[in-house]
Design a protein around this ligand. Structure first.
Ligand SMILES: O=C(O)CCC(=O)C(=O)O
Length: 279
């Protein structure tokens, strides 16, 4: 089986796939240098909480960047990269639209991101979203690698609860049954993790003394989608042209865990989701 077939099989079974060595060492080095130089030289649209180089909080010194592809040519080029387009088309069975870039610096001591589903934020209809998460550093448990719950890709969007903000920079999370497996994803710089928008995932803090855990993330949606949350407009075809989609409304029903015959299952709660949020 070739790399694409293996990834498709992993994605279908587990809701995620890791493609090794997708970007070369030179490419990764260029991207790392590029974003470090951007981050240390100013503020950008998407720095919602600003940058404070004197802060004790590593995430205030190195906040994540959002939607860089709207003003940075290198980010746009990466978002629309032909290797990613080919892989996404194979995983989704249709061409994707690109809607978001993010750069997480996650320096030593930085908090992680509590378990969540990206569909909670993107609200793609019909269909779902998919992430391409490129490791710019080797990632392991020490520096807060990604963690995923295999097989959760077919769950509906779950009703969120409050996250522990001493270990997560986001304030919402999804509850999980005690026996649900959440596994670390060990990656080398240049590997890409593709994951389904309903897959439960997140990360713990970076507990290392001096290692960054930088990652460049692209969010995409299925090409048959007609709606996505307003924050993600405009969507782009993989040739860079814009496509007009409707803005999906916030709110609506969400799933809650219940136990039936000793097995945890999800039932829909009509009380619904809270307000419109973005990742
Ligand atoms: O990089 C992380 O720690 C979390 C990223 C994430 O959850 C996402 O891209 O949806």
């Amino acid at each position: 089986m070739d790399q694409i077939d293996t990834a498709r099989q992993d994605y279908e079974t587990n809701g995620f796939a890791v493609v090794r060595h997708m970007f070369t060492e030179d490419e990764v080095e260029h991207l790392r240098d590029h974003y470090m130089s951007l981050r240390t030289s100013g503020s950008y649209p998407g720095d919602f909480d600003g940058v404070d180089i004197t802060s004790e909080d590593p995430l205030k010194r190195f906040p994540r960047m959002i939607h860089m592809h709207r003003w940075d040519a290198d980010s746009l080029k990466w978002l629309l990269d032909a290797r990613i387009a080919t892989m996404l088309t194979s995983l989704l069975g249709e061409e994707p639209y690109a809607v978001q870039t993010m750069l997480y610096f996650k320096p030593a001591g930085a908090r992680g991101q509590a378990l969540h589903q990206d569909q909670y934020y993107l609200r793609v209809k019909p269909g779902t979203c998919i992430a391409a998460w490129l490791a710019l550093d080797d990632c392991d448990e020490e520096n807060g690698c990604m963690r995923v719950a295999p097989g959760t890709q077919n769950l509906p969007v779950l009703c969120p609860t409050r996250a522990d903000t001493s270990v997560s920079f986001t304030d919402v999370t999804v509850p999980i049954p005690s026996d649900l497996e959440v596994t670390p994803v060990f990656m080398k710089a240049g590997d890409v993790l593709f994951f389904n928008g309903s897959l439960i995932h997140g990360s713990f803090p970076n507990r290392s003394r001096d290692r960054f855990r930088r990652s460049l993330i692209g969010h995409y949606i299925t090409g048959s989608a007609t709606e996505v949350g307003r924050f993600y407009h405009p969507a782009l075809r993989m040739d860079g042209s814009m496509i007009e989609l409707d803005a999906s409304a916030g709110g609506g029903p969400c799933g809650v865990w219940t136990e039936k015959g000793g097995t945890a299952t999800v039932e829909m709660n009509t009380v619904g989701l809270d307000t419109e949020r973005h990742e």
